[in-house]
Design a protein around this ligand. Structure first.
Ligand SMILES: Cc1ncc(COP(=O)(O)O)c(C=O)c1O
Length: 391
């Protein structure tokens, strides 16, 4: 039967019937080790019992009321996020893109409210990915994503990721905000340097520019701290989060300081589904599970272990691999031959990973992955590399 879906995703042969922990199962019972986790979404693995309990408990009581009314689990989750970050206020939405959009709107509205409406331009970085809305594609300026979609000047400039001189050239007296992924994901795993981020923060402070971090992919404990910025030593004014926050249930959030958030007065922004009881009940369970020192340290230790094991493979296969980059359980294996070929081999051997820019393979396992599962993944990657080398 031909698919009635729009064909924007291309062909997708593989389908799964159920998931459990780090594994996905097909209808035929074939088991795949999932080191993609829905692109960093299933932070606590598939069908985590605590999340099932939180979701079903909420589903039995209340699904949706709209933001016309106070939503208790949303208030609780916002308090948890504020209590653990730079932020004073939270806006809930349903995806990473929506969290980005809220941040962009807050940046523009902040200066509008101060009668500095000329400050309305936003600088983003080369290799960035901020989602697929018009503003998100305009900011990231990936020609493949933009072609045929943009009209006029959408109001963004670009600087080279990690290059402070390039950023200096891109900012002007009209710059309202700078958006950075502290660790780039889709564009290929790249960590922004500490000194660079410090210089960006100082630039923002001295030039009256707001700093926004996109932690949609690198946030929610993925790098061993609740948010990556917390180990990079620089606070933003605004932060977009999503993906892992719902552990597989759709949710996004835009976090901001009181000063910035105060620009979004009643009527300036909103969402029908944002912050709904189901999503925020699950978000609370995710936060309660991963936002503690033991869990976060374990992510760091597992990440260091996985990175060390991958580095051994990089040294063993210098014709096939050039580098392993990233932090915690957000790692990129850089290939010298086609990364797609390696990904296909891994899939044949029942290991799921995700392609990223720069001819790299992304590894984004569940944050509660076991050392044994990491060893299994390494064994499969090692065998696939050996097969490629011998062919
Ligand atoms: C860094 C980053 N920002 C934004 C987004 C967009 O999030 P969503 O697909 O949930 O809209 C993504 C998605 O991959 C992302 O990785």
């Amino acid at each position: 039967m031909s698919s009635a879906l729009m064909q924007n995703y291309g062909a997708r042969e593989l389908k799964f019937e159920r998931g459990e922990g780090s594994y996905l199962f097909t209808k035929d019972g074939e088991r795949y080790l999932d080191f993609g986790m829905g692109i960093a979404v299933n932070s606590l693995g598939h069908c985590n019992p605590k999340l099932i309990d939180a979701l079903t408990d909420q589903a039995n009581r209340l699904w949706h009321t709209s933001n016309l009314y106070n939503i208790e689990p949303g208030e609780q989750l916002a308090n948890k996020l504020v209590g653990s970050t730079f932020a004073d206020r939270v806006f809930f939405c349903n995806s990473g893109t929506e969290a980005i959009e809220c941040g962009f709107k807050a940046i523009r509205r902040y200066f509008h409210a101060k009668d500095e409406g000329h400050k309305n331009r936003i600088v983003s970085m080369s290799g960035a990915f901020h989602g697929r809305s018009l503003a998100a594609i305009a900011s990231a300026a990936n020609p493949v994503h933009c072609e045929g979609f943009l009209v006029g000047d959408p109001g963004f400039e670009q600087a080279e990721f990690g290059n402070f001189g390039s950023l200096l050239c891109a900012v002007s007296e009209n710059t309202a905000g700078i958006i950075i992924e502290p660790i780039q994901g889709e564009g290929g795993i790249s960590v922004a340097g500490l000194e660079y981020l410090k210089a960006v923060r100082e630039l923002c402070d001295s030039r009256n520019i707001l700093l926004m971090f996109d932690e949609v992919q690198c946030g929610i404990a993925r790098t061993g701290t609740l948010y990556a910025y917390q180990q990079l030593g620089v606070n933003p004014d605004i932060l977009a989060t999503a993906k892992g926050l719902g552990g597989g249930f759709p949710i996004g959030a835009c976090l901001a300081t009181e000063e910035v958030a105060s620009a979004l007065v009643p009527g300036t922004h909103g969402s029908t589904f944002g912050g709904n009881p189901l999503a925020t009940a699950v978000g609370n369970a995710v936060m309660d599970t991963l936002n503690n020192a033991d869990f976060l340290n374990n992510v760091s230790e597992l990440g260091n272990y996985l990175k060390a094991e991958l580095s051994i493979l990089v040294a063993r296969y210098p014709q096939l691999l050039s580098d392993v980059k990233g932090l915690g359980l957000m790692l990129g294996l850089y290939c010298l031959t086609d990364a797609g070929q390696l990904i296909t081999r891994l899939q044949e051997q029942k290991l799921l990973v995700v392609k990223a820019g720069g001819n790299s393979v992304r590894l984004l396992p569940a944050l509660n992955v076991s050392k044994k599962e990491i060893d299994s993944a390494i064994e499969i990657i090692s065998k696939a590399l050996s097969d490629i080398e011998n062919n």
